[in-house]
Design a protein around this ligand. Structure first.
Ligand code: ADP
Length: 394
């Protein structure tokens, strides 16, 4: 038996899950929040109960030390050597990393060289990795990349039709994100159907606060809706998804704002929040929409329309999907939104069964037996995917 730590480090937070492998059983999970701020918060689940304390955690190094000490204090581990490996979620692997890798010096140097591709996330990811490596120098640290699964996209899918020099010399291309989730779903679907991964063609709708659609052919990603950054694609909780890039210059003039400010609108004030003017949370919008709020309904409708545009296009691109899969917060739980998306896919012969669709957070077929494409809800589990890849590299 091995214990693997799955870590997701952000600029001021550090999420962790300790898993028992190969059983893939979660032993504990928790989060260190507000790192470097006045009052940091550490919370951990012990025997299913959440224990929270406020303390001072000036940097990621302190966060790692505290978290490991707490594991001992709560009798979850007896010593650090019980942790067989640490898997780190890393937002970007550039164009060189196409699978999970052991994070040696050379890999870290490569990642430091591409920080500009994802400055808000990759920097903090690296800080977290280095902090863990310092405290646990004798175990392998593995990087599991949000972009890796999409490295199988063909040139025609990842290249933007802009001057070729932007790609050749400045790495501008579609990378795609949520790869760990899309890979987990692909493997899980193959397992459920008793098929080999190479024999599945899917369209995966990962719809959470962040959202992306993935076209999987023969078990590999051949296209995805997020692009150079996670801003491209479908509208999300606060991100706009695709717009005409000319809007940026126009709104800069109209509002007398900088590029940075307009980009901030597109990343943080758009999507569900922007259209509804109410909330970025699907639960609020579904409730408001049911009580007659037009903009709340519109926010959901606009997203659903764009999602079905992608699904229809990807169904063509994969040569006919075996199934459409809904996953992540909204995909797993928003019954109304799934039904709405299904109703917009009737020309593909998709038919959602209302009774089957009346479910949350469970693995289930929700299409009718007449549906030309099967539709499933499959809960995602990025931590298990991270732990699996880490185990495989130990
Ligand atoms: P992320 O990981 O990208 O931050 P999640 O995958 O956790 O996001 O998804 C968050 C979204 O899931 C929110 O919009 C939330 O409202 C939605 N969600 C969670 N539970 C439900 C539910 N029961 N009904 C509708 N939406 C839900």
């Amino acid at each position: 038996m091995s214990k693997i730590m799955a870590v997701n480090a952000g600029s001021s937070s550090l999420k962790f899950q300790l898993l028992k492998m190969p059983e893939e059983k979660m032993i504990t999970s928790g989060i260190v929040e507000r790192i470097g701020m006045k009052k940091s918060v550490f919370s951990i689940k012990v025997n299913g109960e959440k224990i929270e304390e406020t303390t001072s955690i000036p940097n990621h190094g302190n966060a790692v030390n505290i978290l490991l000490q707490k594991l001992i204090e709560h009798n979850i581990i007896e010593g650090y050597d019980e942790i067989a490996g640490v898997g780190h979620r890393v937002v970007h692997g550039g164009d060189k990393i196409s699978e999970s890798v052991v994070l040696d010096e050379e890999k870290i140097e490569y990642l430091e060289g591409i920080i500009d591709l994802a400055p808000l996330h990759l920097g903090p990811n690296l800080t977290g990795i280095k902090a863990f490596q310092k405290v646990l120098p004798n175990v392998k640290h593995v990087g599991v990349f949000d972009t890796a699964f999409h490295q199988t996209m063909p040139e025609e899918a990842y290249l933007y039709a802009v001057p070729y020099d932007w790609f050749a010399n400045h790495k501008v291309r579609k990378y795609g994100f949520h790869g760990t989730s899309h890979k987990f779903i692909t493997q899980r679907y193959a397992e459920m159907m008793n098929k080999e991964v190479k024999d599945v063609n899917l369209i995966i709708a990962h719809i959470g606060n962040g959202a992306s659609i993935c076209a999987v052919k023969n078990g590999k990603s051949i296209d995805t809706s997020m692009g150079f950054t996670p801003l491209e694609g479908i509208p999300m909780g606060t991100r706009s998804g695709n717009i005409d890039p000319a809007v940026v210059e126009y709104m800069m003039k109209v509002k007398k704002k900088s590029v940075k400010e307009i980009m901030n609108y597109l990343n943080k004030q758009s999507g569900y929040l922007g259209v509804s003017g109410l909330s970025s949370d699907s639960r609020d919008l579904v409730a408001a929409s049911k009580s007659g709020n037009h903009q709340a309904k519109l926010a959901i409708d606009v997203q659903a329309k764009r999602i079905t545009d992608y699904i229809a296009a990807y169904n063509n691109y994969v040569g006919g999907a075996d199934a459409i899969i809904f996953t992540a917060g909204i995909g797993e739980n928003a019954i109304y939104t799934r039904a709405l998306i299904g109703s917009k896919l009737s020309s593909l012969g998709v038919e959602i069964d209302d009774e089957r669709n009346d479910c949350r957070g469970v693995e289930k077929k929700i299409s009718s037996d007449k549906s030309k494409i099967d539709v499933y809800v499959i809960p995602t589990n990025e931590e298990v995917m991270i732990a699996r890849d880490t185990m495989a590299l130990l």
